[in-house]
Design a protein around this ligand. Sequence first.
Ligand SMILES: Cc1cc2nc3c(=O)[nH]c(=O)nc-3n(C[C@H](O)[C@H](O)[C@H](O)COP(=O)(O)OP(=O)(O)OC[C@H]3O[C@@H](n4cnc5c(N)ncnc54)[C@H](O)[C@@H]3O)c2cc1C
Length: 420
Amino acid sequence: MHVLVLGAGVTGVTTAWYLTQAGFRVTVVDRQAEPACETSFANGGQISISHPEPWSNPATPGLILRWLGRDDAPLKFRPGRDPLQWRWGARFLFECLPARSRRNTAAIAALAVWSAHCLRVLRGQTGLEYDQLERGILHLFHDAREFAHAPARVRALRAFGIEAQVCSKAECLAIEPALAAQADTLAGALFAPADESGDAQRFTRALAHAASAAGAQMHWGLELDALSTRADGGVTGAEGRDANGERIRLEADACVICLGSYGPRLLAPLGIALPIYPVKGYSVTLPVIVPERAPSVSLTDESRRIVCSRLGERLRVAGTAELNGFDTRIRSERIAPIVAWARAHFPGALDLDHAEGWAGLRPATPGNIPLIGRSTRPNLWLNTGHGTLGWTLACGSAAALAQLMRGETPPVAFPFLQPA
Ligand SMILES: Cc1cc2nc3c(=O)[nH]c(=O)nc-3n(C[C@H](O)[C@H](O)[C@H](O)COP(=O)(O)OP(=O)(O)OC[C@H]3O[C@@H](n4cnc5c(N)ncnc54)[C@H](O)[C@@H]3O)c2cc1C
């Protein structure tokens, strides 16, 4: 069976890999000239199994109100005229209800645990190199009241089969000595030793190379604007324009949508409304000049909602979430707090004059639950909407989709799409 995988971010490329391994003939299509040029370009780098709680949780509405009007707000809503934004916002509030949030957390945790397993197996098979570190993630608390909730979080994670422990300040410093400069303000941490980090862009490009070697075709520079359909509603392929404006039509037996925040645009004419909206985030990549002063354990600052990962001789620092449509401009007032965080926490370690800023659009569903499985059209499949955890969940989502497309049941307690 010939499958078109539409989109070559981390989700599309992992999908192509697992489909190729499952015996499908695969063509990957993207408007860019190479893989991982959009949201998978410079994310936080965390394989964060220990953070299954979605942003849509009971505490978030209060935090959004508290941060209203602050330019450095970790979560920011810039209201626009787009009705999709308002509809998504209303569904987000619904997903903040305690029962919804608990259900979503459990589903994400199950998929994350499976995904980490799939990533380890994949690494063993392929020997991919992407600045990966298997040193865990430290979730840092600078606020004693927030730290007081850490034992309950550890118990909840263990119930999902995720390793975690509460760490005192001294234990944090033993795990990551580069935290010395923030020791005065640190209350403690939650440590998840099985978490990992690495460069999602390097991973995606290396895996695309491996998928090509395994037989996947790559079609670059094609801006898709339509899916072609047959009388029974099934899809027959995808079409769009190349860089010369020439109209190109690709045929296939099935299509998988992995188009990040842009999937809803392609599916709307078929009457399929994907509940995905872009949630913008920023990152800064800084050269490390004094290696022992920069962390190599990946960190999550729970109070500031900022994460950082060591990528070889660079430190990637990422954060902020902004509901602001499809605007990908890099705003200096949103980058500045991230650079200031890096400067304050790792003084002298980083070359701040060569900070590279970036902004990307997380393809988010209101509950952060990705859409994986068959759509309402018989041979149109979805693997998209991974929001804050696309890199963490990529391998498990793609492996599961390949199983679903072969008529098998993935071994994960997750609400895969199975329309009647
Ligand atoms: C600041 C920030 C930090 C993050 N940190 C982490 C982290 O630490 N850990 C984690 O797990 N996740 C993280 N994420 C989330 C993660 O990066 C995303 O979930 C993931 O990259 C989404 O991948 P994707 O393949 O679905 O989308 P994308 O990477 O956006 O890929 C979609 C592809 O579709 C193509 N495309 C779109 N429209 C068309 C069209 N019309 N025609 C042709 N091609 C098209 C694009 O060119 C693109 O290549 C972070 C995100 C941000 C923004």
